[in-house]
Design a protein around this ligand. Sequence first.
Ligand code: ADP
Ligand code: MG
Length: 382
Amino acid sequence: MRVGKTLFGLKRTALLCLLVCGCLSVAACQKEGADAAKTQQLSTAETRDQLKEPSQSTAVEVSTPLSLQAIEGSAMGTSYHIKLALTPAQVEQKDRLAAAITGVLEDVENKMSTYRPQSELSRFNAAPIDTWIPVSDDTLKVVSVALSLSQRSQGAYDITVGPLVNLWGFGPPHHEDKVPSQAEIDTAAQLVGYQKLEIDSLNKQWKKSSALYVDLSSIAKGFGVDKVIELIEQEGIHHALVEIGGEIRSIGKKVEDQSWRIAIESPTAHERNIQRIVNINDIAVATSGDYRNYFEKDGKRYSHTIDPATAYPITHTLASVSVVAENCMIADGLATTLMVLGPEKGFKFARDNSLAVFMIIKGANGFEERFTDEFRQYLVQE
Ligand code: ADP
Ligand code: MG
């Protein structure tokens, strides 16, 4: 059974149920099975509330009533949900802002999607080896963060894992739900290795020393969130929450006395229950899990997260991991890294790197939670 597809695929479903408490409430839950991602709105009543800027803002803003507005759409094979506190003048410009957001996300897809044959990434994947290829600032930034994560995790996180992702049926080529042969796995595994990917930041170019297929699905969505936040800030908007397919970032600490809050979903495939509610003010949170994008064969679950060390989907008991970080690109990349590392090695990695991490682990008696001290501050109730 195919429950969802990966980033930029059609059926990608969100990992987080977004519950923006306080002056608004919205769910970013997406229904399974539909061709396009669907949004489940928990409550819209509060979105009509009139808000006031908090007292620490400038004099002009204090006297300007703000209204909470929503912008929603589809991009990167999933859906996005944005909440913004806008002045009346900004409300009048909302359509223009929505179009600009679409433009920003289109641009990220045109650079980093493996689902677009003409994207910058797809063209690099098809390019000859040992040849420097010019690279955009955005892709260079994402790839350099990805490569440093590979080094820090000793290759558990590896964006060159693409041939295996595709072979296991989680990439752009259409695949039935089947376990590949060992020979196919071995052949694809030979192509994997982040050391074969080189970047030259000074001259803004990249090259591969042997055949490679780079897959940025584990990090591009987080980068897209950051780009939308950047745009929103440039528009002079101070309170916003941006979510793309479960990866989230907020700006503005509070509207009136309310924090931005989101719900971390329980990692169950066919239900949507809230595991925990967390405050996220001026911070990003990303979640990776094994419970939305997988297939089952002979009673075994094969998830879209591949362990490059085994060339197989992960087999450990970590069902979901959420990471809070200063930007969403790094939170997204780290969440995938920890998902590969699993409950023990991943938790040690989180501790060693002082990361704010929340894990949901399959235990003998149901789900067990494990979180680092750095994460505790974000939990609404323990
Ligand atoms: P989601 O898309 O559910 O948020 P992730 O951010 O964890 O999930 O990204 C999962 C995607 O990352 C997979 O679909 C695949 O394209 C890619 N991927 C799988 N294994 C790895 C890995 N070991 N390192 C980097 N990327 C991976
Ligand atoms: Mg990720």
